[in-house]
Design a binder for this molecule. Structure first.
Ligand SMILES: [Zn+2]
Length: 124
């Protein structure tokens, strides 16, 4: 059987995340500065770009502060989920398509709808 997940390119998924979170260019995940330099790739994923901020001197990568960081699902599962949501599929249909549990999909779609970058818990 053809599995749609095998057709998805991991590199393109990271590109999509970058375009979604930084539509006008990479900005620091910590201080929001645009003075950022690339710094190789993540050890566990060769497409996950790492950066260093020249303003605050902190490191981050494509997934820092996003809902995808520290999640069990690979990025392409999330991107496909987002794509299928755009086609107006129900959580149950998405679950069937991706071979996931409906409750997991429910949680994912809820998170995706509230935005991929996590709200900062900053005190005023
Ligand atoms: Zn910074």
């Amino acid at each position: 059987m053809l599995n749609i997940l095998n057709l998805i390119d991991e590199a393109k998924c990271y590109e999509m995340v970058r375009n979604l979170r930084w539509p006008s260019g990479v900005r620091c995940a910590h201080c929001d500065h645009f003075w950022v330099k690339k710094r190789g790739f993540h050890s566990s994923s060769k497409h996950r770009q790492r950066y260093i901020c020249k303003a605050c001197d902190k490191q981050f990568d494509d997934l820092t502060n996003t809902i995808f960081a520290g999640h069990h699902q690979p990025l392409r599962v999330w991107m496909l989920c987002l794509y299928l949501m755009g086609l107006n599929l129900s959580n149950r249909q998405i679950a069937a398509e991706l071979g996931l549990n409906k409750d997991d999909v429910q949680q994912m779609t809820t998170q995706l709808r509230s935005g991929i970058v996590e709200k900062k818990k900053k005190s005023p």
